[in-house]
Ligand binder design. Structure first.
Ligand code: GDD
Ligand code: MG
Length: 336
């Protein structure tokens, strides 16, 4: 069975101030950390052993995920003292997986994807490839790795973040590796797979395949994407398998309310909002398209639209919050 590595060590700079005390993959979307949604997708494809490659705020993963038994998985933790880049992180994490020759599936830790991972793994093994990249199509490829392929699906170049993209087919951040390739990445060295390992592998060995699957896919690394990802999970546009085992008190296409949240009967929760465990929503409040994290308090008759109210934050009565991040200490308007 393939094993997994989840890259969860980035700084999440674009999501400040939410990521000041919470690493990006631990941010809540649809009631659960991003990582929990990703683990459920890995589990669905038969992956039960996963290393979390942590760096920034690494100590915040273990208390929540523990040894993974709650999800029927075995979770291990690799910690980088200083971020080693995506390649260095993969090499470092793979040291915990030396006991096997199985394919290693690596996930960027900030992606929601409903693609057919089992089929990606099957094709990788059928091709006896060095590497098989999940590819997806986007309108504007500038913020991503551009990945052209030939008619057999072989990758012909890997071009990270181009100003003038030569294709709209991009790296979707889920890789199936032959473990030998990972062993060739030097240890204790800062390396980017996107800027170093992948382009070299394509050029020198040419045994890299693309797996094009245009199912639901989203990088939640920007404020608007984070909110959209949560809404899409709640409304059912994105695969929300993780919610099947979660403690949910109510779910319909408009709203998700986690157990122990207290929502006044006169409050309106709609447009894919989620209300975290222990949150309190006052009488007459209207929550639309938003994430209310665990333990947050929303006062009577307050309106919250397209916003992220972080854990333990308080929104006063009659307040009107729109397109904002609200934490215990600050409010930040989200640029359009
Ligand atoms: N452990 C560890 N150490 N993880 C890291 C490090 C590190 O030094 N640097 C980044 N990561 C993790 C981040 O936490 C994130 O989950 C993932 O690696 C990708 O980093 P991002 O910072 O989110 O990269 P990006 O979104 O600009 O681009 C990447 O993702 C795109 C798809 O969403 C690239 O892989 C692109 O090629 C790709 O198209
Ligand atoms: Mg990203």
């Amino acid at each position: 069975m393939p094993v997994g590595i989840l890259l969860v060590g980035g700084f999440g700079t674009r999501l400040m101030p939410l990521t000041k005390h919470t690493p990006k993959p631990m941010l809540t979307v649809a009631g659960l950390p991003v990582t929990e949604h990703q683990l459920a997708m890995a589990r669905k494809a038969g992956i039960t052993k996963v290393v979390l490659a942590t760096s920034y705020l690494s100590e915040l993963f273990t208390p929540y995920f523990g040894d993974g038994a709650r999800w029927g998985m075995q979770l291990l933790y690799a910690v980088e003292e200083q971020p080693l880049g995506t390649g260095g992180a993969i090499a470092n994490a793979a040291q915990l997986l030396t006991d096997n020759d199985e394919s290693i599936v690596v996930f960027n830790g900030d992606v929601l994807s409903s693609h057919n991972l089992s089929e990606q793994i099957r094709q990788h093994e059928f091709h006896e490839a060095d590497l098989t990249l999940h590819l997806t199509s986007v309108k504007d490829a500038r913020a991503y790795g551009c990945v052209p392929t030939d008619s057999d699906g072989k990758v012909t170049a890997f071009l990270e973040k181009m100003e003038n993209p030569i294709t709209n087919t991009i790296n979707a951040g889920c890789y199936v590796f032959n473990p030998k390739v990972i062993k060739s990445i030097p240890l204790h060295t800062v390396i980017s797979v996107e800027r170093e390992t992948f382009p070299t592998l394509v050029k020198e060995r040419g045994n890299v395949f693309g797996f094009l699957d245009n199912s639901y896919w989203l990088d939640i690394g920007t404020p608007n994407a984070l909110l959209k990802g949560s809404r899409d999970l709640v409304t059912g546009i994105a695969d929300a398998s993780a919610l099947e085992t979660a403690k949910v008190s109510h779910r319909d296409r408009q709203s998700l309310i986690m157990e122990t949240a207290k929502v006044d009967a006169t409050a309106i929760i709609d447009e894919g909002s989620c209300i975290g465990a222990g949150a309190v929503i006052g009488a007459g409040a209207h929550i639309s398209g938003s994430i209310i994290d665990s333990g947050a308090i929303i006062g009577q008759s307050a309106t919250v639209r397209n916003s992220f109210i972080a854990s333990q934050a308080i929104v006063g009565q009659n307040a009107q919050i729109s397109a904002a991040f609200v934490t215990k200490d600050e409010i930040l308007t989200i640029p359009a």
